[in-house]
Design a protein around this ligand. Sequence first.
Ligand SMILES: *Cc1c(COP(=O)(O)O)cnc(C)c1O
Length: 400
Amino acid sequence: MKDSLTTPRAALAGPQFLHTPGPTHVPDAVREAMGRQCMDLSDPRLADLIADCEAGLARLLGTRHADVLMYAANGHGAWEATIANLVAPGAQVLVAGSGHFAEAWAVHAEAMGATALRTPTRPGQALDPAAIEAALRADTAHRIAAVFAVHTDTASGVTSDIAAVRRAMDASGHPALLVADVIASLGATPFRMDDWGVNVAIGASQKALMGPPGLSFTAVDARAMQAAQANPTPRAYWDWAKRKSDLLYRKFCGTPPQSLLAGMRAALDLIAAEGEEAVFARHRRVANAVHAAVNAWSQGGALKLFVEDPAARAVSVTTISVADGVDVEAMRTVARERFHVAVAGGLGPLAGRMFRIGHLGDVHPAMILGALGGVDAALRACGIPVGDGALQGAVKALHE
Ligand SMILES: *Cc1c(COP(=O)(O)O)cnc(C)c1O
C-alpha cells in the first residue's frame, strides 16, 4: 500500500511516537485550542490572546523589560528578523561555536550580507566563553555588532552557559549585543534573559513549547531596539520598530496567526499549571533516563554518547554517535516503520554518524520508556551490537 500523509500507518496500533528535537508531541489541550474558529480582527478576545502569549513568553524568558515580537514563521524566520534589524550589511557578528545550529546561523547571517566570525567548535563541548572574550578583545575597532550564542545546540546536544558569555563580554569591555537562540531550550531548562544580560532572545513554537511549527518570536531589550533603529538596512516585514505597536495588524505586519497563537497560549498555560520548576525537573529526569539507556547500549561497542561531559548535556535532546559501518539511517527507518518511534539523524558533518533522541516538551516517563524500547528493538533488528539493560537503567533513573 502506498503511504500517504493522510493514511496513518498502522492506524489501529496506537500513536506514532515523535521523539525528534522538534517538532515534538503536541498535547491535546494545544491541538484543541488550535481547532477553534477564528475571530474578527477587532474582537477584544484576539487582543487578549496576543497579550497572554506576550506575557507568558516574557515570564518564561525571565524578562520584565524586553518587547516580545512574534512572527508567523519558523525559527529561521526569527533568525532573519534579528539579523535584518541588528546587522547592517558589511557589519560583523561573532558566532560562538557549539555545533551545527551555530554554524547554520553564521551562514544565514553571511547570506544576508554580514561578516560572520566564529569561535572554534569543540565537538561535543559547550561554547567557549574565553574564546569569545579573546575575539572581542582583538576587535579594538568595535566592528562586531553582536555575539550570537545558541543556548541548546540541537545538532550537538550541548547546552551552554549563557551567563558566562555575558561575563566574558563584560570582561572584554566590548559593547557588542548578546543574542541568544533559545529555540530548543526555552521551556526545558531555565533561561533568565534580564539576569543574564541577554539583549535579544530568539524562540520558536515546536520544541519545548509543544506547538506545531510556524510561530517564532524575539524578545528585544531597549539597547537592541536602539541598535535596530540606528541600522539603515532596508526592511519591512521584519522591522521591529513597526511591529512594536499596539495595533494588532502592525504587531504581525498583517493578520495575526490566530490558531498558532491559541496553541501557544494553551501550551504556556500547561507550563504554568505544572509549574516551571516542575517542568524543568521533569526534563532533567527524562534526560537522565535516556543517558542511562545509552550508557547500557554503549557496552556493545557500537554507540556512545556524543557529549562526554554530563554537565554539558542538554536536557532536550541526546546525541548518540555510531561506529563506522553502522547504517544509522536504516536503523531510523526501522524504528519509524516497524516500531513507530521517530528519532532524528545527524546534521551537517555528523549526518550518517549519529542519531538524536528528542525528549523535550510534552514528554512523560512512560513516553520516554516507550521510545527507548522502540529504539532498543530497532537497534537489535538492525544487528547493531548493544548492551543489555537499557530499559532497566532508564526505569531506575526515573524513580531515583
Ligand atoms: C530547531 C532549531 C532552529 C531552527 O528552527 P526552525 O523552526 O527549524 O527554523 C534554530 N536553532 C535551534 C537551536 C534549533 O533547535
